[in-house]
Design a protein around this ligand. Structure first.
Ligand code: ZN
Length: 406
């Protein structure tokens, strides 16, 4: 059995200006893991009012929007996450300043200098501040500022209020366990770069919504119903461990691709992740996405992420029986002072829109949860070799023409 022939998906118009505004709006709404209600209100309003989709929320607050297709079951999911890295108040220091624990995995090195918002338990009562190294002034500490260690024990929050003691801080309503969000401070340059914290994964949400909006405006009929799942705790590892429909046959997470020396991802292209910390992604779905992007002239890269986890890993670990892949927009300095380019976000939106117009990876095989060995579709790309691997002299057999990839 060969993979399903691709229909001819159309490249929809992605409204880059709209996408950029959504991204900037999202970036300006703080959403550290554990405090995502406000950003989910914004995303939900966009899905309902702007895109006209039905949405439902899980008990804990993950959101599922549904894009109807010709075939309703099994179907597919595209996954993004609304939460970001952040911090929490660990201790109010004798100075009244705040010691922090990180929320999500990130280095205090890149927290130094961050403007922050501190949320108290009182609705609407927030304070601002700055994360500083404990030795924050060369005039006071001389060369010691260059040899001070890096880590969460070496930073503290200076609150923008008259605070000299723990009592002063308590009077502001700030307590242990309060969420601290690093302000994103988004900026779009005339050259098309977007500099902001938390592009991971707010740029993913903006790109997916822009791709879906392009499809809806073009009135394209989808062959397969798609669920858009917006998760709220990816940065601490739970991600899409819940919220996925039970009859999802394949899922694609859209998240940051790592731009750094030794990585193939770029700030201008779109990446298909071949493997992350949790292992390889689905062979066939991954290659289908690569073919789709290449056939439509996108700048597509294959990359491998060594210290990386996404919603996909959480879903698979939770037992989701689906093909899984990851589309990435290129982000430089991930979980730090991030930057991407609108070209990357546009192509991510385009690839998502193209993907949503395709049949399931193996149109007939993927209809059922299981089937017969003779029908298992991998035979076309990974045929069982009946001959010996090595000849009598221990030499490999003469090469034979390899089957086409996919
Ligand atoms: Zn992410």
């Amino acid at each position: 059995m060969t993979p399903s022939p691709e229909p001819a998906p159309v490249l929809p118009d992605v409204d880059v200006e709209w996408m950029t505004q959504v991204l900037v709006d999202l970036a300006r709404i703080p959403s550290p893991t554990g405090r995502t209600d406000q950003v989910m209100q914004y995303v939900g309003d966009l899905l309902v009012d702007e895109l006209g989709l039905d949405v439902a929320l899980t008990r804990r607050g993950a959101m599922v929007a549904t894009l109807g297709g010709v075939q309703d079951s099994p179907d597919r999911a595209v996954i993004v996450h609304s939460d970001t890295i952040g911090a929490m108040v660990r201790e109010v220091l004798p100075s009244g300043r705040l010691a922090l624990v990180p929320v999500g995995t990130h280095s205090a090195r890149f927290a130094e200098g961050s403007r922050v918002t501190i949320f108290t338990d009182e609705p609407g009562v927030v304070h601002t501040g700055t994360i500083l190294p404990t030795m924050a002034s060369g005039h006071a500490f001389g060369d010691a500022i260059d040899t001070q260690g890096v880590g969460w024990d070496h930073v503290e929050v200076r609150i923008d209020a008259h605070v000299r003691s723990p009592e002063d801080t308590a009077a502001l309503g700030i307590r242990v366990g309060d969420h601290v969000a690093m302000q994103a401070l988004p900026e779009v340059t005339p050259t098309g770069f977007v500099k902001s914290r938390h592009l991971d994964d707010k740029a993913g949400i903006a790109a997916v919504l822009a791709g879906v909006r392009g499809l809806l405006r073009a009135e394209v009929e989808l062959p397969v119903t798609a669920h858009l799942l917006v998760t709220i705790s990816e940065e601490v590892g739970h991600g899409a461990s819940h919220g996925l429909h039970t009859d999802v046959a394949e899922m694609v997470s859209v998240d940051a691709a790592v731009v750094a020396p030794g990585q193939a991802s770029t700030e201008t292209g779109v990446t298909i992740a071949m493997q992350d910390l949790h292992g390889p992604f689905d062979y066939h779905l991954t290659r289908k996405l690569l073919r789709l992007g290449e056939a439509h002239g996108l700048e597509v890269h294959r990359d491998v992420f060594r210290y990386y986890r996404s919603d996909v890993a959480a879903a698979l670990e939770a037992g989701a029986e689906t093909r899984a892949a990851l589309i990435g927009f290129g982000v430089d300095a991930t979980h730090g002072f991030e930057r991407t380019h609108l070209d990357s976000l546009r192509q991510t939106a385009e690839l998502v829109a193209l993907y949503l117009q395709t049949d399931l990876t193996f149109e007939s095989w993927d209809q059922r949860r299981s089937g017969q060995l003779a029908d298992f579709p991998s035979r076309s790309v990974q045929p069982a070799d009946k001959g010996p691997v090595l000849d009598e002299d221990g030499a490999p057999p003469a090469p034979s023409p390899s089957p086409a990839d996919g």
